[in-house]
Write a protein that binds this ligand. Sequence first.
Ligand SMILES: [Mg+2]
Length: 194
Amino acid sequence: MKKKVLLLDVDEVICFSGFLPVINEFLQTNYQIDDFEDYYLDNVLIPYDRKEEFYQFFRTKNIYQEPELLPHAIETVKKLYQKYDLYILSACINIADYDGSGRIFTDKYNFLRKYFPFIEPERFIFTSSKQLLKADIQIDDCLENLKEERELKILFPSYHNKKITEEELKKYHVIRAGYDWREGWDEVAKILLK
Ligand SMILES: [Mg+2]
């Protein structure tokens, strides 16, 4: 039987990149990911008059050097890779810093090669235009990316999507893999690996 095509997001699904740690280093703070409800942490935390300075600082960092892998991400992706026709689908553009975004492609590529060596690199799709792809199943933490018609769309739980209502999910035929990112992969396994 032909395997179903599964599109899998990276940021906030496979890992938390070092974005918040870089902000903490810049501001000399100690924020944790659960302190926030807004997706764009730089918009919330970086004062307007320090934005330019922050992006210059950010450009010197590899946020995929020591990312925080989400619990059970690696072993569950490994199982999904056996069962599904899996593609990595991930945006690499920092919309606040187009000119500094090129290296994010390289850093994310190297991260995936290091932690997910079993995934063929030909299956990496780096784009912000996720809606162009055809697939049966999609996993993403942003509802914005789950509006195309698919057989099954799974919202991965994250700090920024807790308040999305059942009505909104229903409207786009999206189901949620729980509410806690710590348990997101266990929930995904229950849905896709039974
Ligand atoms: Mg994401």
